[in-house]
Each structure stands twice: as structure tokens, then as C-alpha cells.
Design a protein around this ligand. Structure first.
Ligand SMILES: [Zn+2]
Length: 314
């Protein structure tokens, strides 16, 4: 999936604004400490001279050495002035919305290739799936242990929370890679999945959350307009909430979910589900091919929540 021109335009705007804002800050500081302005100019000139020297010199190593020596001296002088005047060194630098890609949307991959930054990948998916919803409020930090009607339910749900948190903290190196949370409505399944999503996103990985219902709607829309099915192999973690609430359509629901899970498992990508169904109901509703793949302990950690509906008590 490619970012839309509007999205890339937004990135360009955000980056230009960060650079302009930093330049304004730098000029204000240079006005106050002219030597800092001279150092900045000298650094620029030094880099320019190195580029020129490398084109003509017979000894590029010596040129580079001289460059780093002089650059080092300038940087040290700059740091000393900043320290003396209690100016954080970050003051001279732009404040990026995303530090990883400096608001370009792209980072260097493991083999030096240009690849989409997690921040842009997330935006592309969000744009594609407007239903994709993630609540910043539902996170491990806001999990309340005092809302459970019985010590037993609290203990079991806290245990599930701990497993989910370990899962999110280890991501993407979990064995098994998948996660499935079962239980009736109102026991906190969506909260836990959401908390996993927020934590995994914060750790810099791409995540897409959508309901199984929204996924099937996308599949139907694609089939009706003879477009290719939505490509969900992009996010490192795909969360399909509320499996079982989507319409069960012949030749569509089971097949597309099976193919989706197959493809992601083959690529070693993690998929997390929640469902009101029991394991037996999952097998009955979705058939053995999908259910066994999903429920196999080799593929998935399965958690079952039980107890009283927490929403009805609130
Ligand atoms: Zn980024």
C-alpha cells in the first residue's frame, strides 16, 4: 500500500514547519551568542570544503581525518558555550513529530534500502481503514484492578493482563506469535487487545486494529468492485477484534479469514483476535481448518476470561 499524495504533502508540511521553527530558534540564540552562529557557519563551510577536497585530493583519508579533527573541535566549543549558558543542546535542533524518520516518512532498512517508517505505515493503514480504531486511553497504565466483583475474577484478569503485557513487551519475538482472547462481552477483551496495540505501537512497530466486522465489509466491497482483496500483510501486528460478530457469508467469511491467517502465519506475522465464542464454538462456526490454525498452541497463546460483565456494573 502506498501513501496518498495528501499524506505525503502533510509529511512535507510538518517537516518544513519543524525545520523553520528550529531555524527561528537558532537565529534567536545566535543573536544572543554570536559565537554559536559563527560555529554553525564554520561547520557548514567545513563540510562543504570536505566535499570539494574529496573530489581532488589524492589522500582522501587524510582529508577526512583533518575534517573530523576540526569538526570535533567546533562541536566541543559549541557544547561548552551551551553548557556554560544552561542551553540544552536540543535547542539548536528541530523538534520532529517522529524522531525515527525526521518526518520524512522513510527510514533506512537493514540493507540500506529505503523503507516506510512505522509512523507512515500506520497512517497509510488508518487512511485505508477508516474504521481502524485505537483508544489511547485503554492501555496497561490505565488498567484498574479495583473494578472486579470478585477476587477470583480480579486475579484471573490480572494474570491475563500480565501475559498480554509480556506479549507486547517481547513483540515481535513472541513464541508462539499469535494471541487470542476469549470470553463473553464486558470482560475486558478489547481493553487488553487495545493495550497490546498501544504498547507495540509505542515500541515502534506497525499495528492495525479493526473489527472482524469491518474486515469482512472491506472484503465484500473489494469483491463487489472487482478490486483485489485488502492487503493486510503490512502491519507487523494485526488485531481483529470481536471475531464472530461479522456476517457469516457463504464462500466469503470463512475463506477470507482462513486465507488471511494462513498468509500472515506463513510470513511469520503476528495476528491477535478476540471473540465471544468458546473454543468449541469457534470450531463449529469457522470449521476446523481455520479454528485449528488459530487455536494451535504452536501458533497462538489463548487466554480465556471469565466472570461478571464489568460494563454492566459501572
Ligand atoms: Zn516516522
Amino acid at each position: 500500500m502506498k501513501p496518498s499524495p495528501q499524506l505525503m504533502e502533510e509529511y512535507g508540511r510538518v517537516r518544513a514547519a519543524a525545520l523553520a521553527e528550529a531555524e527561528e530558534r537558532r537565529q534567536a540564540i545566535f543573536a544572543q551568542f554570536p559565537r554559536l552562529g559563527e560555529i554553525a557557519a564554520a561547520r557548514k563551510a567545513l563540510t562543504y570544503d570536505l566535499g570539494k577536497a574529496l573530489l581532488s585530493t589524492k589522500d582522501p583519508l587524510a582529508a577526512r581525518r583533518a575534517y573530523s579533527r576540526q569538526m570535533q573541535a567546533l562541536l566541543q566549543e559549541e557544547q561548552a558555550i551551551l553548557r556554560e549558558n544552561n542551553i540544552p543542546s536540543a535547542f539548536l535542533k528541530p523538534v520532529w513529530r517522529c524522531a525515527a524518520c525526521q518526518d520524512t516518512g522513510y527510514v533506512e532498512g537493514p540493507r540500506g534500502e529505503k523503507q516506510m517508517c512505522a509512523c507512515l505505515a500506520r497512517r497509510v493503514l488508518e487512511e485505508r481503514f477508516a474504521q481502524s480504531s485505537l483508544s489511547e486511553q485503554e492501555r496497561f497504565e490505565t488498567f484498574r484492578e479495583d473494578i472486579f466483583p470478585s477476587p477470583r475474577q480480579r486475579k484471573a484478569t490480572c494474570r491475563a493482563r500480565d501475559i498480554c503485557r509480556e506479549y507486547a513487551d517481547a513483540f515481535p519475538h513472541n513464541q508462539p506469535p499469535g494471541l487470542l482472547i476469549l470470553g463473553q462481552a464486558g470482560l475486558g477483551k478489547t481493553f487488553l487487545l487495545n493495550a497490546v496495540a498501544v504498547r507495540v505501537l509505542e515500541r515502534g512497530h506497525s499495528v492495525l486494529c479493526l473489527t472482524a466486522y469491518a474486515y469482512i465489509q472491506e472484503v465484500l466491497a473489494a469483491m463487489n468492485s472487482r478490486q483485489p482483496l485488502p492487503d493486510l500483510t503490512f502491519p507487523e501486528l494485526l488485531i481483529l477484534d470481536d471475531l464472530g460478530a461479522e456476517p457469516m457469508l457463504n464462500n466469503v467469511t470463512r475463506e477470507s479469514l482462513s486465507n488471511l491467517l494462513d498468509t500472515r502465519q506463513r510470513k511469520g506475522l503476528a495476528t491477535a483476535f478476540s471473540s465471544n465464542f468458546t473454543q468449541t464454538q469457534l470450531i463449529e462456526e469457522y470449521g476446523e481448518r481455520f479454528a485449528f490454525r488459530l487455536l494451535s498452541p504452536r501458533n497462538t497463546i489463548t487466554l480465556e476470561l471469565a466472570g461478571e460483565n464489568l460494563r454492566l456494573r459501572a
